[in-house]
Design a protein around this ligand. Structure first.
Ligand code: ZN
Length: 103
């Protein structure tokens, strides 16, 4: 089970975007990467595909190593470590280690 999911809010803890926060757009667990809205923007050159889509330079989020981000807890608002707890029902839940709330 991944500690970070799509649409989570994360804080960047390493690199040029250190200290910034953003929403997780996409996760690639196999490559240990994720994409965060507005973070690690890279320019990409595109070729013209048709008249409605001219070629040029587009800005796009680049991949970030998962270990370079920390989850921002929606309950306490802090970048927190994540733990797991197995509920009585057998469901595994994510827990914020700071406020002990399920996230
Ligand atoms: Zn918390």
């Amino acid at each position: 089970m991944l500690k970070i999911k799509k649409n989570d809010r994360v804080e960047i803890i390493k690199g040029k975007d250190k200290g910034k926060t953003g929403k997780v757009l996409r996760i690639e667990p196999a490559r240990n990467r994720l994409y965060v809205e507005g973070i690690n923007i890279v320019k990409k050159h595109t070729r013209q595909q048709d008249q409605n889509m001219p070629g040029g330079i587009i800005k796009k989020e680049g991949p970030i190593i998962i270990s370079n981000v920390k989850l921002v807890c929606p309950n306490c608002g802090k970048a927190a470590r994540v733990g797991f707890e197995v509920k009585e029902s057998g469901v595994k839940a994510r827990i914020c280690r700071k406020c002990k709330q399920q996230i």
